[in-house]
Design a protein around this ligand. Structure first.
Ligand code: C2O
Ligand code: CU
Length: 450
């Protein structure tokens, strides 16, 4: 089923007419897939004292590739919210960016998202309103889109990793926006969770089973450096898009906020996932092996390769080249930038709580970073001129870099990467740093597809 928006609206109109029929007739109407999500306050039991958090009643959603799905989001929080479907090539009106693609969902009200993912793979969903606070309070979940021809995995585990800033009493540190953090690498947490549970995450596999690990970094600012000690594991996909040929998993996976890696592994031994950025490795996940029951062990790791998604064809030529210098921050050399349509010195920007710029602009602008016609091939020259790493995320699209598709890409200090994006669905799409402290203090702009 591949409904265009217009057809979808028609189907919706027919359904509401149907809902006025007597219920005996209504009972014969085809069922519309319908998911209810509530954004609400709840508590986590990680420590001796409970931790009040904000979370969705469904921490994981499963959608089917190519199937239109209604997701009704009800806001039970004390403030407005939205949901963004990170990496999913949705209609622009469903992208969930408050102030750009929709008005926020007010407390006590609902909003229906009509989501159809053309791609199977690993995505996630999260608040895109007051993100600096709402993401850090826990408003995110895993989004798995299943395809029809995917190879079979006996175990399929999303591992949604987050670091929380907890104080001694187990409460979330309420200093979400701290200028010192924001002008540096961002607020870092001190408590690791996996799928909203205290780490390490543990599970078991039978010998010979095929395991799919979906690594998702949901942290507000922290880049995870992961060592996947799963002997013989293969890297299957980045940001939901399958690699043409699975590759050996590198020694350290640099997983910036918002990025995803899918890993395939045949369990012949126990396996561990470690975070190795600190002095001591931190155990994130542990898979123990059940003793063999004598079943046949599949011998061909290549059988784990995921089928390609319907990605646009990459033409040889480029219609536009867009320089995207990332500037600012402490120890940066940013002298001045445009802010709210006026030039400001770095000092003035800092006084306004702004520290970062994209292409000489701080924060949202009247005119987009670039405008492209549907189907145009645009090369973005991402250029990190700051003293800190950044994970750049662009909405509604994947872009080609170094032989793979990405919707988010980490650039270490001084790094440059050219990515190629084929303009997709029309609309206004954000491009921003996914370190939310940077996004909230200037490193965010938008582009338009017409
Ligand atoms: Cu994951 Cu603009 O967001
Ligand atoms: Cu950044």
């Amino acid at each position: 089923m591949n409904l265009t928006r217009r057809q979808w609206i028609k189907a919706g109109a027919q359904l509401s007419a149907a809902s006025m029929l007597p219920w005996s007739l209504w009972a014969d109407q085809p069922q519309v897939p319908h998911i209810n999500i509530q954004a609400r306050e709840t508590t986590a039991s990680w420590l001796a004292a409970p931790t009040p958090i904000w979370a969705y009643n469904q921490p994981k959603l499963t959608l089917q590739q190519g199937v239109m799905q209604t997701v009704r989001v009800t806001n039970l929080l004390p403030e407005p919210t939205t949901i963004h479907w990170h990496g999913v090539r949705v209609d622009n009106a469903m992208d969930g960016v408050s102030g750009l693609t929709q008005a926020p969902i007010e407390p006590g009200t609902s909003f229906d998202y009509h989501i159809m993912s053309p791609d199977a793979g690993t995505f996630w969903f999260h608040s895109h309103h007051n993100t600096i606070e709402q993401l850090a309070r826990g408003l995110y979940g895993a989004l798995v889109v299943t395809g029809n021809n995917e190879p079979r995995f006996e175990r399929d585990w999303p591992l949604l990793m987050d670091d929380w800033s907890l104080s001694r009493n187990g409460r979330i540190d309420p200093a979400f926006a701290n200028p010192h953090n924001q002008s540096h690498a961002g607020r870092m947490g001190n408590f690791l969770t996996i799928n909203h549970q205290a780490g390490p995450w543990r599970s078991e596999a039978n010998a010979g089973e095929r395991v799919r690990l979906r690594l998702i970094n949901a942290a507000t600012n922290r880049i995870l450096q992961l060592h996947a000690a799963f002997p013989g594991a293969l890297w299957l996909a980045k940001d939901g898009q399958p690699l043409a040929i699975p590759e050996p998993v590198p020694e350290v996976i640099i997983l910036g906020p918002g990025e995803r890696w899918d890993i395939g592994w045949i369990a012949r031994d126990a396996g561990q996932l470690l975070e190795v950025s600190g002095d001591e490795p931190l155990l994130v996940a542990q898979v123990d092996l059940n003793p063999s029951d004598g079943t046949e062990v599949p011998a061909f790791p290549d059988a784990m390769a995921l089928p390609a998604n319907p990605m646009p064809h990459l033409p040889a030529g480029v219609n536009q080249r867009v320089p995207v210098p990332l500037e600012g921050g402490t120890m940066g050399r940013l002298q001045s930038a445009q802010y709210q349509g006026e030039p400001h010195t770095f000092r003035e920007l800092a006084r306004n709580g702004q520290f970062w710029a994209i292409s000489g602009q701080t924060g949202m602008t009247e005119t987009p970073l670039f405008r492209a016609r549907q189907g145009e091939s645009v090369e973005l020259l991402l250029d990190n001129r700051t003293a800190f790493p950044h994970t750049v995320h662009w909405h509604g699209h994947h872009a080609w870099e170094n032989g793979r598709w990405h919707d988010s890409l980490t650039l270490l200090r001084g790094q440059q990467k050219a990515v190629r994006l084929i303009a997709g669905n029309p609309g206004k799409w954000l491009i921003h740093c996914h370190m939310i402290d940077h996004q909230a203090t200037g490193m965010m702009t938008w582009f338009e597809v017409v």
